[in-house]
Write a protein that binds this ligand. Sequence first.
Ligand code: NAD
Length: 264
Amino acid sequence: TGTLMQGKRGVIMGVANDRSIAWGIARAVAAQGGEIAFTYQGEALEKRVKPLAESVGSSLVLPCDVADDASMDAAFDAVAKAWGKIDFLVHAIGYADKQYLRGRYLDTPRAAFLQAMDISCFSFVAVGQRAAALMEAGGSLLTLSYLGAERVTPHYNVMGVAKAALEASVRYMATDLGERGIRVNAISAGPIKTLAASGIGDFRYILKWNQYNSPLRRNVTIEEVGGSGLYLLSDLAAGVTGEVHHVDSGYHIVGMKNPDAPDI
Ligand code: NAD
């Protein structure tokens, strides 16, 4: 524990359970004295998120469906009413119909494409608008991406295209908000077994591949993503914006398979 986030308040979106990346970030922020408002997608998740929130001293737990403008308005109105201003926002939300997270990208229908873009990319813009309006003395916005945005990774398909758009959004939002001292960054996380990841075809193979071929020869944890998230949200990263920071055991630098890797 420490004091890096003492006096800072913010919203963390995307906790579904205690394996969520958002939860790893929340724990790191809370351990440094940050105050957190949590949002969850739907009623089914409320009973999971409430006790987690309570365990880090948070009583502000709000429903927020990012597909719905009124729901986002209500959540941020409630935060504004409780706190007036905020200092940080974590957007750890993504979705694509899992039917299209296998097979060929070329076969993606329009509706699945638009939904993946809406929930996984535009929603960061939408919540960024609302969060920035509550940031008076600067702030930090953080989202989560994946290597499939930069290169072809098996089965990631339409999600990779949405993450590419999300990473471009990070750069444009960083430019729009820079003058106000609001920083905008992404963490490109290595594969982690979460609810969202279970929708991706052959995810076990992807985990093994990264374990055998990344420089650190292992996968990352939500605690490690939490630590790097904490850095980007805190004043330690006061000079950092528009960045896509890889927290992936170094896998993104690898050009060829590790010749000593066992068969998967
Ligand atoms: P997760 O399933 O724990 O979290 C995904 C969250 O998105 C859930 O809380 C879900 O409720 C929320 N969500 C989906 N649709 C929503 C909507 N319409 N409104 C509000 N919330 C909605 O899985 P995770 O892996 O922790 O995912 C968090 C982020 O990290 C996602 O953006 C994901 O793409 C990204 N990411 C994950 C991995 C990985 O391997 N797990 C790697 C890199 C990036």
